[in-house]
Design a protein around this ligand. Structure first.
Ligand code: TXA
Ligand code: MG
Length: 326
């Protein structure tokens, strides 16, 4: 076993935290079978204890150690998408710690598709509970440096697997209610799920499903700088207003920098959904660090393929007010 994996396993077995990369975002991991270890996640993140954690597994074979009454759809989805960015919510077995499930009768499971995560999980040979490795309500980390920025000395070991290839959190599908409900959109879309189970899952209703819907709290995934979603025309008006007011503004847009000015910091993101998701959090984090009056984000197109990116952007904008709804 490589020394860093051996060290990580020893820490986990000793009830300590280890941050590790997944294909989506970095996770802050603890032994999911150890309630005291899982409790450390909540204090390191500053996260309310009733928010359930996802249990990461080495393979789909481990599903039966955590969940009961596993429907055939779960087996089919696991076979199709694991390892991969899909979390399945299933009825839990009684010995799954309440610290992990937030006291709910369900548990979230996924097998992440990242070589370092899979190496760690295989060596640990158990479930690793891990939320995104950021302080509560902040932007999820997609590099080891982001984790250090967020948690620093609160985590004894950060495994560095480079930038996360997907860049936004996993799709969450609730299979505990008798009918599939999509709780959080991600890289695996409703159409991908429909191809496997034969029908499109229901979409969660945020108010009704809170707090079970991920990030249903206001200002989740949010930069500190107020973030405003604007159309491409709206972007030019908002820029003009900011410059008239002498404000420094940051811009995130799929187009090249339209205006060169001391007061404007511009980051271009790829114009396709996967490329945009990959760069999204790192770009927002960079712009957030500049201390501008606001971050103007050009709203991506509507539609299924942009659902996950639009979801994260609208959460990031929640609480900032004045968003352009056109
Ligand atoms: O991509 C990801 O899912 C990343 C990586 C590290 O795997 N993890 C992640 O964890 O985003 P976190 O804790 O930041 O978001 C997981 C969300 C929670 O907000 C929670 O609402 C939801 O998953 N969740 C977990 N268990 C659940 C359950 N039993 N029922 C409903 N929602 C659950
Ligand atoms: Mg999170």
């Amino acid at each position: 076993m490589r020394p860093e994996i051996a060290e990580a396993v020893a820490l986990l077995r000793g009830g300590e935290l280890v941050a590790f990369p997944t294909e989506t975002v970095y996770g802050l991991g603890a032994d999911a079978a150890n309630p005291a270890a899982a409790a450390k996640i909540f204090s390191a993140k500053g996260r309310p204890a009733d928010h359930p954690l996802i249990v990461h597994l080495p393979s789909g074979d481990h599903m039966a150690r955590w969940a009961r009454d596993v429907p055939a759809e779960a087996e089919r989805l696991a076979a199709a998408f694991w390892p991969g960015p899909l979390t399945l919510i299933l009825k839990r077995l009684p010995d799954v710690p309440d610290a992990v499930t937030g006291g709910q009768d369900t548990v979230g499971l996924r097998v992440p598709n990242h070589p370092l995560a899979l190496e760690l999980l295989a060596a640990f040979d158990g479930g690793i509970a891990a939320p995104s490795a950021n302080r509560f309500g902040r932007i999820s980390p997609t590099t080891a440096a982001h984790v250090r920025e967020e948690l620093g000395a609160r985590v004894p070991l950060i495994l560095d697997g480079g930038p996360c290839p997907v860049g936004i959190e996993s799709t969450i599908l609730d299979l505990s209610r008798g009918r599939p409900v999509l709780l959080r959109p991600g890289a695996i879309g409703a159409a991908d799920i429909a191809r496997v189970i034969g029908h499109v899952p229901e979409m969660a209703v945020p108010q009704m499903d809170a707090p079970r819907v991920s990030g249903s709290l206001e200002a989740h995934y949010a930069p500190r700088t107020p973030l405003q979603l604007v159309s491409s025309d709206g972007l030019l008006f908002a820029l003009r207003d900011a410059l008239v007011a002498g404000e420094r503004v940051a811009v995130l847009a799929p187009t090249a920098q339209a205006i060169s000015h001391d007061l404007v910091a511009w980051r271009q993101v790829p114009a396709d959904p996967a490329g945009c998701a990959h760069d999204l959090y790192a770009s927002l984090r960079e712009l957030d660090a500049l201390g501008c009056a606001r971050i103007l984000v050009q709203k991506p197109p509507a539609g299924e393929i942009w659902l996950a990116v639009n979801d994260r952007l609208s959460r990031a904008a929640a609480g900032s007010g004045e968003n352009d709804e056109t």
